[in-house]
Design a protein around this ligand. Structure first.
Ligand code: PLP
Length: 429
């Protein structure tokens, strides 16, 4: 199986030890399942290893992968901080009682209203993306008589060799200020002069679905060298260095398994060595995993509605969800592992494209999937959907969004209820 929280017994697919066919029947489909134990395990891998490997460290869960109140509660209980990118994510985190001092506020287009809201919530840190935002933070912090803690987002000039839409670390990026062009130094110098901005350090994020540990070594090298330059030229010693998120997860058998503990040990070693060479005190190291916290803790269940064989072309299987609950194939041609949850013991000899219910030819969940020839009413499971599925869901075609059901040992509970038809009309005049 693609992940060790997935098994099969008596022809039924089990997730987090639970019979998915029974869960589909009880809660209806489409249905997002989340394995609470796996979320906690993934949090602990970061927390425990970073605590052990660095003199000071904090993993931050990147909310954009999946943002809901229950998740913030779990992440807070596991001792992580969190990244938010909007007042919406911040509001959900606050509603869940997330400790505000451990919240980092990201974004390249924060409005004055966003900035004011975050300050009034008592957000711990702003991750300031550009000089316009820096000015706005200074002004709004001044009005409140506070000194806002902040990190400055820089682009290290690294191409992480992943899909273009999910890479952000190269010089040509809408995020951050590039080091290579000489713009980063005056940006930092300006920030250090401001009385209401307390610059705690720097931030860099190079991309997502990264499997190559060289990417983090290179990022650390560039950022540490720049920290050395800041100390030399500005007499500034940074307390924090945030290396971003991006460790890859396994969507199909073709993806490698990332040993996060091993990767962290490797990067910690590398940073320690570089700090010694540069004679720099080691800053507190922050990382921002999103996908690798929640992706393999998620599974989506659908019900098959039709099977269509087009001789000489291909076969389509249509399900009761689609790009509204998982737009990732439509956006990035993302790969997924698919099973027929109620017929796990049967031969998988029918190759098909799994399509969604939307009126859009691009509404595809996956191509070239081998399944036992599906019949109307079968339960179709798509694995590793915990990240960037619910958080990217839409109401296209006025389709209500599925619920999130958490699985925790013998217990299961609704963390987010299913959207209703009434919800769809709720904001209309
Ligand atoms: C998207 C993003 C992350 C999380 O990336 P994952 O690939 O989900 O781990 C972290 N930091 C920043 C700034 C991001 O944009």
């Amino acid at each position: 199986m693609i992940c060790d929280n997935i098994t099969s017994t008596n022809g039924h697919l089990r997730f987090a030890g639970r019979d998915t066919v029974e869960l589909a029947e009880r809660y209806g489909t489409p249905l997002y399942l989340m394995d609470e134990g796996r979320i906690r395990h993934n949090c602990r891998v970061y927390r425990e290893n970073m605590d052990r490997l660095f003199p000071a460290a904090l993993p931050l869960y990147a909310s954009k992968a999946l943002s809901c109140k229950r998740l913030y509660e779990i992440v807070a209980e596991e001792g992580l901080g969190t990244d938010v990118v909007s007042p919406g994510e911040l509001y959900l985190a606050r509603s869940a009682g997330f400790p505000m001092e451990k919240v980092f506020f990201h974004g390249n287009a924060k409005t004055d209203a966003d900035i004011a809201f975050a300050m009034d919530c008592g957000v711990g840190y702003f991750i300031i993306d550009n000089p316009d935002e820096l000015q706005a933070v200074e002004r709004l912090a001044g009005e409140r008589g506070i000194r806002q803690k902040a990190l400055l987002r820089l682009t290290p000039g690294i191409d992480p060799h992943t899909f273009e839409a999910v890479s952000t670390g190269q010089v040509d990026s809408k995020f951050g200020i590039p080091i290579e062009t000489g713009q980063a130094l005056p940006f930092v110098a300006r920030a250090l002069e401001l009385p209401h901005v307390d610059v705690q350090g720097l931030h860099a994020h190079v991309g997502s679905q990264v499997f190559d540990s060289q990417v983090f070594d290179d990022t650390a090298d560039i950022m540490l060298r720049f920290l050395g330059e800041l100390r030399e030229k500005l007499g500034y010693t940074a307390a924090m260095l945030n290396l971003g998120g991006g460790y890859g997860v396994r969507y199909t058998e073709r993806d490698p398994v990332v040993d996060i503990a091993g990767e962290l040990a490797h990067v910690a070693d590398h940073i320690r060595r570089r700090c010694r060479e540069l004679d720099l005190p080691m800053p507190a190291i922050l990382m921002e995993p999103g996908r690798s916290i929640v992706a393999d803790a998620g599974m989506t269940l659908y019900t098959v509605q039709s099977t269509k064989v087009i001789p000489g072309y291909r076969s389509y299987v249509s399900v009761d969800g689609g790009m509204t609950d998982n737009p990732r194939f439509a956006l990035y041609r993302s790969a997924y592992t698919v099973y027929l949850a109620n017929r796990m013991d049967e031969e998988r000899d029918f190759v098909c494209t799994v399509g969604g219910r939307c009126c859009e030819s691009g509404d595809v969940i996956q191509e070239d999937v081998a399944l036992p020839a599906p019949r109307r009413g079968d339960v179709l499971a798509v694995c590793t959907t915990g990240a960037y599925n619910y958080s990217m869901a839409s109401n296209y075609n006025s389709v209500p969004r599925p619920p999130i059901v958490m699985l925790d040992g013998e217990r299961d509970y609704v963390a987010v209820r299913r959207e209703t038809l009434r919800d769809l009309a709720a904001r209309e005049a």
